[in-house]
Design a protein around this ligand. Structure first.
Ligand code: F6R
Length: 242
């Protein structure tokens, strides 16, 4: 595990964008695993700037997002598809047919999970998986539980997760109760993982995830088992890490 602490958000964003664009420059047909939420916003902005400056191209790149809410109408501004459109996809030359998210409006959600796993398997290995972490240690929407699932599945969001995400909606009632998420097995299969953590409110959970027991009570703790884990933290989130 390689942990890097950054004094500014800009330095963190640039280092994360270096890792991602460096991979795409070396391997234009790379498969990227992407995340949503507030953590990656500045990283995507940096990738867009690099693209606009002609420093990187994504035409051959494939992306798989970790998760999507169930039941938000297509085009809803808070769907993760909309988020990805607004922060990255519409600004760069990624081919739409090569940008994958689970479809939270599929008529048969179980079949949609199987379809997503087949797409993942067909793409080979994710070369780099970008991750944030929830306050309860979730990655993707793999919430703490007595067992974790390997493949894509439907998850009921914990009240704490819905409350944390309510900031993006008009009210807590509007936050979907369920989501589709890639499983822990798919995440851990990635060749490299970049976990990004910002803010004092994440200091305890990232410390617990990286130094505490490996337990399904803290899904991110399973990242300790990964052979090529990069952790980028700001100084506040990294306060408890050496
Ligand atoms: C988002 C995702 C989640 C977030 C986590 C942190 O695709 O998979 O695990 O990474 O909830 O969210 P933020 O970055 O908003 O604090």
């Amino acid at each position: 595990m390689k942990i890097r602490k950054f004094e500014t958000q800009e330095a963190l964003n640039e280092a994360a964008a270096d890792l991602i664009s460096g991979l795409v420059l070396r391997n234009p047909a790379a498969v990227l695993g992407l995340a949503t939420g507030s953590t990656p916003v500045g990283i995507y902005a940096s990738l867009v700037r690099r693209y606009e400056a002609g420093l990187v191209r994504f035409k051959q790149t494939t992306t798989f997002n970790l998760d999507e809410y169930v039941g938000l109408p297509a085009g809803h501004p808070e769907s993760y598809r909309s988020y990805m459109q607004n922060h990255l996809f519409k600004h760069v030359d990624l081919v739409p047919e090569q940008t994958f998210l689970p479809d939270g409006n599929a008529a048969d959600l179980e079949a949609e999970c199987r379809r997503y796993d087949e797409l993942l398997a067909g793409a080979g290995r994710i070369n780099l998986q970008l991750l944030g972490i929830g306050h309860n240690g979730h990655i993707g929407f793999n919430e703490p539980d007595h067992a974790l699932l390997s493949g894509t599945h439907i998850v009921e969001l914990k009240p704490s997760t819905r409350e944390a995400n309510a900031r993006f909606f008009q009210s807590l009632d509007e936050v979907p109760t369920h989501a589709l998420t890639m499983g822990i097995g798919s995440i851990l299969k990635a060749e490299s993982i970049l976990l990004v953590v910002r803010g004092a409110d994440k200091a305890e959970i990232v410390h617990r995830a990286l130094t505490g027991p490996i337990t399904t009570d803290c899904p991110a703790s399973l990242l300790q088992t990964h052979a090529d884990l990069h952790v980028y933290v700001d100084s506040e989130a990294g306060r408890l890490l050496d």
